[in-house]
Every structure is written in C-alpha cells, then in structure tokens.
Design a binder for this molecule. Structure first.
Ligand SMILES: Nc1ncnc2c1ncn2[C@@H]1O[C@H](COP(=O)(O)OP(=O)(O)O)[C@@H](O)[C@H]1O
Ligand SMILES: [Mg+2]
Length: 313
C-alpha cells in the first residue's frame, strides 16, 4: 500500500497579520494509505472542516506540506488545484448540495461536464452510478422529490463521477435519522471495499467512526488521539430500505436557492467555504452547458420522461 494523503505540519491561520488573526490548525501531520477508511472526530469548532478543506485542496495551508497522491499541492497554481480536485477527490456534504433545478442524473453528470467528458460517456456513467447507489429508478427526479437519504445517495454518486481516488465526506449523516444514516454508512463501506476508494469521513457519531480503519481525534486544531477501528464489514444491507418517516423535516428547510441553503442558520455546522467553491464551479459549468447540446437534450428528456419511464433509453 502506498500513502495517498500526506500532511506534514499543516498550519492554518485566518486573517493572517491582522489584529484578529486566528490559528485554527496548529501543525497537523497525518498520513492516509490508499484504500484506507478513516474517520475524523472532534467537537464542533475543533477544525475538522478546515482540515477537510486542506485535504480537499479547497484552501491552502498557511504553512506545512501536503503531498496528495505524489503531487506536492503547494507547487500547484489555482487552476492546477481545481483540476486535481476534480480528478482525485469526490466531496460529500451534510446538506447534500445538489443543484435543485436539475434532476438526479444531471447532478451526477456535472463533475464530468466540468472535466470535459463527452455526453454519451457522462450519461452512461451517471446511470451506472445511479444503479450503484440503488437509485436507478429516480434518475429524472429533482432533489426536492427525494428523501434525505436518497439525496445523499445521489450526492455520493456525484462524488464518484470522475472515479476519484479519495472520497471526503463532511458529516454526511448529520442531517439524517440514524437508520438512514446507517444506510449511507453502508454505502461508504461498499465504496471502500468494492471500489477501493480511500475515504475520509468526518462524523459526530462515535459509533460510525468506530467502524472505520482508524479514528483520528481532533481537538482545538491538534490531533490528540489516533486509534484503530473495528473495520466492520459491509453487511450488504438493502440501502433502498430507508426510513422515509419522521426526520424529513430537514428536507423542508432546503431552499431552492442553494447558496441560501448553505447560509441557512439551521444548518449550523457547515463550513460554507468548501460548499460555495464547489457550487460556484458547478454553476459556472451549468451556465456554460446551456449553450451546448445539453439544453435541447434536457427538453427532449423532460418531455419523454413525464411518465416516469427513466429506463426507457
Ligand atoms: N474561513 C474562515 N475564516 C475565519 N474563521 C474560520 C474560517 N473557517 C473556519 N473558521 C473558524 O475555524 C474554527 C474551526 O472551524 P471548523 O473547521 O469549521 O470546525 P469543525 O468543522 O470542527 O466544527 C471555528 O472557530 C471557525 O469559526
Ligand atoms: Mg465542520
């Protein structure tokens, strides 16, 4: 096995040189092996999402070295960074961050659109990924027509779009009831075991963290503990068997305007930086795409799919 994430003495300060300078990460060193499934736990405000921003190259460290899959991230310029991000990393967020005005399949296609994948490949791959997350019958559904767990499965499929080496998930079960969270967790196990993805999972749940290979505890911007997990095997749960009952209140809060959603006070723990960056990139691409063939495709698909015949192509 080889090291895929190598952080050396990563320091992150905000408002550098100003009166209100804040040092959030105080020198994090961490290595993650290819194919490992690690959990990052720690109290709210301890720097988990800030660390995730570093690992996901959404933000640069103030100092320290980050080698991602052999690439020294510090040497890359911004456009190289966004390419590295697009190719190597899939993101999953607590609030799903699906584009509300477009359907599940198109949401999954977006990262591929961004990476310049041709339309046929995009569509084929998106459909395969929908099957992988057992959402094949929901391809044409808008996010608002899906339950929380279903949305998160679509988001996980989107994270897999460019077949990234690494999946970074920031509290992916945080807005789900425990049963639905369990199913999402099973899906991560499946991606880890069957697709050999390296997974970094930020979670508040010690129970879920304990199922991973390694649990990394963060407190006040330092790693305070690393212990081995139980490496629980995928129990092959039927992930469609989701509780769609009670805890869907969160869904009703999800506003059509995604940026508003990200800033929604009810969704307190989300660090918006990473989300905004990704949404910005995705939205730029959506705007671009309306000038190419996909606009007409979309119209055709809409008219031919009013009868729920998703698999009819
Ligand atoms: N872009 C930023 N500018 C200033 N402070 C930030 C920024 N991002 C995070 N912080 C601060 O860093 C600390 C850690 O935040 P975060 O990494 O989101 O913690 P966690 O994810 O563990 O809850 C918090 O005090 C937060 O206010
Ligand atoms: Mg956080």
């Amino acid at each position: 096995m080889s090291t895929i994430i190598k952080l050396e003495n990563i320091v992150k300060r905000f408002y550098e040189g100003q009166e209100n300078e804040l040092e959030i990460l105080h020198g994090i060193s961490l290595e993650v092996e290819e194919g490992e499934f690690v959990a990052i736990v720690g109290p709210s405000g301890s720097g988990k999402s800030t660390l995730m921003n570093m690992i996901g190259v959404l933000d640069r460290p103030t100092s320290g070295t980050y080698i991602l899959d052999g690439i020294n991230v510090g040497d890359a310029d911004d456009s190289e960074l966004s390419e590295i991000r697009n190719q190597k990393i899939g993101f999953v967020f607590q609030t799903y961050n699906l584009i509300s005005k477009t359907n599940a399949q198109k949401n999954i296609e977006l990262p591929m659109l961004y990476s310049g994948t041709d339309r046929n490949t995009r569509v084929k791959r998106a459909k395969e990924l929908l099957e992988l997350v057992e959402m094949g019958d929901r391809a044409k559904h808008l996010p608002e027509e899906l339950s929380g767990g279903q949305k998160q499965r679509v988001a996980i499929a989107r994270a897999m779009a460019n077949d990234p080496a690494i999946i970074l998930a920031d509290e992916p079960t945080g807005a789900l009831d425990s049963k639905t969270g369990r199913l999402v967790m099973d899906l991560f196990h499946k991606l880890n075991k069957e697709k050999h993805k390296t997974i970094v999972l930020i979670t508040h749940s010690n129970e879920l963290a304990s199922e991973t290979d390694r649990i990394i505890s963060i407190k006040d911007g330092n790693i305070v503990d690393i212990k081995e997990g139980k490496k629980v095997k995928n129990e092959n749960t039927n992930i469609s068997n989701e509780n769609t009952g009670n805890n869907e209140n969160n869904e009703n809060n999800v506003n059509n305007n995604i940026i508003e959603t990200l800033n929604n006070d009810n969704l307190e723990n989300e660090t918006t930086k990473q989300n905004e960056e990704i949404i910005k990139e995705i939205n730029v691409k959506i705007d671009d795409s309306t000038t190419d063939e996909s606009e007409n495709d979309e119209k055709n698909e809409e008219s031919s799919n009013n009868q729920n015949n998703e698999n009819g192509e």
